[in-house]
Structure formats: structure tokens, C-alpha cells
Design a binder for this molecule. Sequence first.
Ligand code: SF4
Length: 371
Amino acid sequence: MSFYNLYSAYNWDEVAACIQTKTEADVRVAIAKDKPGLEDFMALVSPAADALLEEMARKSYALTRQKFGKVMQLYIPLYLSNFCENRCVYCGFSNSNRLRRKVLLLDELEQEVSIIRQQPFKHILLVTGEAPVKAGTDYFIAVINQLKSSFSQISLEVQPLSTTEYELLVKQGLYGVYVYQETYNERRYSNYHPAGRKADFRYRLETPDRLGAAGVRKIGIGNLIGLEEWRTEAWFTALHLHYLRKKYWRSKYSISFPRLRPFTGEGFQPNYETTERNLTQLICAYRIFDHEVDLSLSTRERPMYRDNVMSLGITAMSAGSKTGPGGYSNGEALEQFAVNDNRSADMVADVIRCKGYEPVWKDWSMFLQMA
Ligand code: SF4
């Protein structure tokens, strides 16, 4: 029994239609509840909730202060490789895209890390395309072992692996894994993922089950905002989170909000516009639904939006990011997507302090344990 079994009991169109029927009264009920359920979440992401966004923001702000205090985790991505065997129509690393490919050798990794080490980051997110022959488990083990002494938390955003491989990586010191379903609309999934291992919707959907079974401490999920209608995507993501929390209760969870950004390549444009106001509704809805989930906002968003929304529910932000292998040491344009917030980590940390928050350079819960 995996999440796929539960997922299959729901119909995308029925969920989408149900969300549309929710009224302002339903939204008020959901906001007032201590523990809103999945039916309430439909109201929170419905069109009717737009009129109550201020109330949602107030509740989300209060819950975040209560559960997390006034801290903001900061992390930095390190791209190890842009080789990819998949064809995703929205991504600069897609194997159909003509791009110079590179996987960092261990001495090149050291050059990247020597630059990152000049900043106070202790949480690093290692990112690759999905090409196991170029960057597989053995490579990840070597990289983790090289970085262990410099970073207290090492997370991965790479191709889905087996439970055994995750177990092996946890033993080496792996902290978290982020794996996004991109879209929970199985019927249309193949439109975006026509070739490669990623074309297997079910294998990807069951990856968080394998992570939970392997004892990965933190599991990040989410969907790529802009592929499909965002309200329905959000509900299936909430269903996934709810399922994982109950089944793999030892792990911590995170939701990210990657919105489609311009990239070098096939010129795919988002099918469904999701405005910043919509994104704010989404952030508040997740916080009201799940008081403890980490909500992470990347440099895909513009600086002013990140600054304004950070206190409404966000608990983690990337900063100073480069999105291609070798990006920190040689600045070569091998990037996956165009970053929207190009400020340095110091500048972002200053803004966080100005807003009365404390920048935390590793996971906040570990910070509190060690404080
Ligand atoms: S989204 Fe991931 S799997 Fe798809 S082409 Fe980009 S790097 Fe490869």
C-alpha cells in the first residue's frame, strides 16, 4: 500500500469542481478551526477565499510565530551536474536542449565549496539533473563525505532512488530529500514528461514513500506551479502531506513553491497563470492546514515579493543561489532556470533582520536543540 493507492481513489475533475463550490462561509469555518481537514483545505484554496485573504494572512502569521518563532532558515543550492536523461518540456536541463553538460569533479566541487564557505551557510542542497550514470549513488556518497566537515545539514534534490540507496545515503549523513511531483494530474503528466525515467508517474509519486521507509529525516514535496490549475494541484499536495505525516511520522516535512521561470530552450510557457496573490493564498492555506510543515520560498520569486511574504508563513528561503554546475566559481551560464532574486545571502539576511527575524543558517529545530 503506497500513496498511489490513496491517490487513485480521487478524481482530478471532481476535486477541481468541488473546490469551485466552496463559499466564503466554508472559508470562515476553515480559518476558525484548530485542525482543518482536507475538506477545509478545499475552501482555503478556493476562489471564495480570495475575499478573505487578509484573515487568512493574519491566522497564518500568528500560527507561524507560535510554532516557529521569529526565525528564517537560509540554505544554498549547489548544482553538481546538469546532465539529464529526461525530457521535461519546461526545464533548461531537458536532454533535448542543446547545452554544454557538466558534472563537477571532486576538485571542482572543492572550488565551489570554498566560495560558499565564505558565507555562513550550514545547510546545503545538492542538486543534479537525473542521469544516474553520470551522477548516481556512489557519486552522492563521495560528495557527502567531502562536504560533511563543512556543513551540518546536507540535502539532495536529484533523481528518485530506491529505498536501499536512500538508507545508504542516510548512513553517510544525508539529512533531507526534496522530490517534486511537478503535477498530480496523472492524465496530463505525460504531456510534460514525454521521455525518460521521469515519464513513470507512479514511480515518482511513490518516492516519498521510499524516503519515509528509509528514515530520511526531512522530506520535501510540492508541484511545479504553472503546469496545471493550481488549486487542484495544491489539494493533491495537501493529501500527500497528510498521508505521509500519518504513515512516516518520524520525518519532518517541507513544501516548496517552484513557479515556472523563463529558461534557455524549448520556450514552454506556463499553462495556468498563478499570480503573486494566488501564491500568497497558497502559502497561508498550507500554514492554516498544517501548523508545523516547513514552507520554503526560492529565488525564483522577485525580491520585493519574498520580502513581503516572508512573515506570512514561510520558514525557509534560499539565497545567493546559482542554478548551474560551477556557477559559484566560474559563473558559466549552464543554468536550469533564471534566478529572480539575485541579492547576496548577506543582503537577504539584512532584510530578514530588518523585519525583526533572526536568520538561521541551518534547520531551525536543530538550532533550537543545540541552543
Ligand atoms: S526537471 Fe529535472 S528531470 Fe526534468 S529535465 Fe529538468 S533536471 Fe531533468
